[in-house]
Write a protein that binds this ligand. Structure first.
Ligand code: SF4
Length: 241
């Protein structure tokens, strides 16, 4: 029987895809982003509940009226660490005409994750950096699988939003932002770019888990630098949120 390792549920999410959404936070992530604000989702064995797709779906149905103009988003962690669970859950949602989205780093790209993608109306793809060395330094893994994942989404015409966190002193770099923008211009399946300002609100979770926060002392992104980053993407004709 397919089971999902779950961190938590949020019934009125407004930042993970269009409209009001039921958000399922899955447990488990292969990345170790230095600014992660969900480090408590990294290890599957720390899950708060284990549930079948049917059980999750029953819970979602309680909110069906509220998410009529939104939908369901699975995030994490990285939901594609559990592709069978995501596939079955999204299948159930699709049968009921509920809009579905997956929020992922795109690091896990294989036949099983491809099947999960088939049942998603939208992919929220987090590209942490366009520079391979910086990506590795920031996340602990290689950039190449994420770019391969993005190319696949383009090939199958899957609607995609790209998310990018702008971190002072790291990704807040005009040259790299321009490089990412230039790369994204060629994606005709790209609906928008979400340029997210770095903040350290997740730092307390690192402390709670007995870990040193790697970006200690890094200030949150200023409004001015955020505007600058957004303008770089807009200057390439991209839609920016
Ligand atoms: S991909 Fe997301 S959940 Fe995983 S480490 Fe990075 S920020 Fe955290």
């Amino acid at each position: 029987m397919v089971k999902g390792y779950i961190h938590s549920h949020e019934s009125f999410g407004t930042v993970d895809g269009p409209g009001i959404r039921y958000v399922v936070f899955t447990q488990g992530c292969p990345l170790r982003c230095k600014y992660c604000h969900n480090c408590d989702t990294w290890k599957r064995e720390d899950s708060k509940s284990v549930e079948t797709p049917e059980e999750t779906f029953l819970e979602i149905c309680r909110y069906k009226n509220y998410i009529k103009k939104g939908g369901v988003t699975v995030t994490g962690g990285d939901p594609l660490t559990q592709p069978e669970y995501v596939t079955e859950l999204l299948k159930l949602c699709k049968k009921e005409g509920i809009h579905t989205a997956i929020d992922t780093s795109g690091f896990l790209f294989n036949d099983k994750t491809k099947e999960a993608i088939d049942y998603a109306d939208l992919i929220l793809l987090d590209i942490k950096s366009i520079d391979p060395a910086q990506y590795k330094e920031l996340t602990g893994v290689e950039l190449a699988p994420t770019l391969e994942f993005a190319e696949y989404l383009k090939k199958i015409g899957k609607p995609m939003w790209v998310r990018h966190v702008v971190v002072p002193g790291i990704t807040d770099n005009d040259e790299l932002l321009g490089k990412l923008a230039d790369y994204l211009v060629h994606f005709d399946n790209l609906e928008k770019v979400e340029v997210l300002p770095y903040h350290s609100l997740g730092e307390y979770k690192w402390q709670k888990m007995g870990m040193d926060y790697p970006l200690k002392g890094v200030e949150q992104l200023s409004a001015e630098r955020w505007e600058n980053a957004k303008n770089i993407f807009k200057s390439r004709g991209l839609t920016v949120r």
